[in-house]
Design a binder for this molecule. Structure first.
Ligand SMILES: [Zn+2]
Length: 254
């Protein structure tokens, strides 16, 4: 793999605020309700559903950045609204639900309605390496991915249906080194840990998802895994499953 992977790090609500996050999520969209008998969000490192209300128009504002870069981000983000019954209204509302910065390191976003827990003017999403010179594929890759999180999507390689045979030692070495410099627990929570099945609207594992990290072959214990697919490929378009999935989360016919 020649390109360095610049990986997105999930923004996770601290344990102390998880009950609050769950209450907000349930108030927003009944699809976020945890069925009776299922573990509560405090019971482990699992995630809950974080979907917005179907049909909601989300206000989106930039807290900093260059207009030309902001415009590109807005144009690409709107792709999701072709498939999801969600509006994205870009403007300068200081209390916008989604607030975007370019000033912090890395690329990241809070997941779905977790953004409601973040006090303005703190950003809920960040693009740390987009500049006017960044190529279009990288814009597509990173903007579609972070807005996938903002609509409540999790990393595809953490889909509970995934069967990726990780070479744990190689993965730890890679992400704990530069340029990512993650702590071991960040590798655990961003790569290895699968979300709980009952808490995600999961589909079958989708190698082509915009929400999957590229997987260098040397990170696999079984190098033949995913044969026929370029698992190292950095997805830069919504896959057919991404489109279907988000349409199920936010249907137009309700
Ligand atoms: Zn991500």
């Amino acid at each position: 793999m020649s390109d360095v992977i610049r990986a997105c790090v999930d923004r996770v609500i601290p344990t102390a605020r998880r009950m609050e996050a769950q209450a907000l999520a349930e108030a927003e969209n009944p699809d976020n309700l945890i069925p009776p008998g299922e573990p509560a969000p405090l019971s482990g490192a699992v995630d809950t559903r974080k979907l917005w209300k179907v049909g909601r128009v989300l206000n989106v504002a930039f807290v900093d950045g260059i207009p030309a870069v902001q415009q590109k981000v807005a144009d690409i983000a709107l792709t999701w609204t072709e498939f999801a019954n969600i509006g994205l209204d870009f403007g300068d509302n200081p209390n916008a639900e989604i607030r975007i910065s370019f000033a912090q390191p890395g690329s990241w976003s809070y997941i779905g309605v977790d953004a409601l827990l973040i006090e303005p003017p703190n950003p809920t999403m960040n693009f740390g390496w987009l500049t006017p010179a960044t190529n279009d594929e990288e814009y597509q890759r990173v903007v579609l991915h972070e807005f996938g999180h903002a609509l409540g999507m999790i990393h595809e390689h953490q889909n509970p249906a995934n069967e990726i045979p990780w070479n744990r030692e190689a993965v730890l070495d890679y992400y704990m080194g530069p340029p990512n410099n993650w702590a071991k627990h960040q590798v655990e929570s961003n790569i290895f840990q699968a979300y709980a099945r009952q808490h995600t609207k999961y589909t079958d594992f989708d190698l082509l998802s915009i929400m999957r990290y590229p997987i260098p072959r040397e990170h696999l214990a079984d190098p033949a895994w995913g044969a026929g697919h370029d698992v190292e490929w950095q997805n830069y378009q919504l896959s057919e499953v991404d489109k279907q999935f988000i349409a199920e989360c936010y249907p137009f016919d309700e």
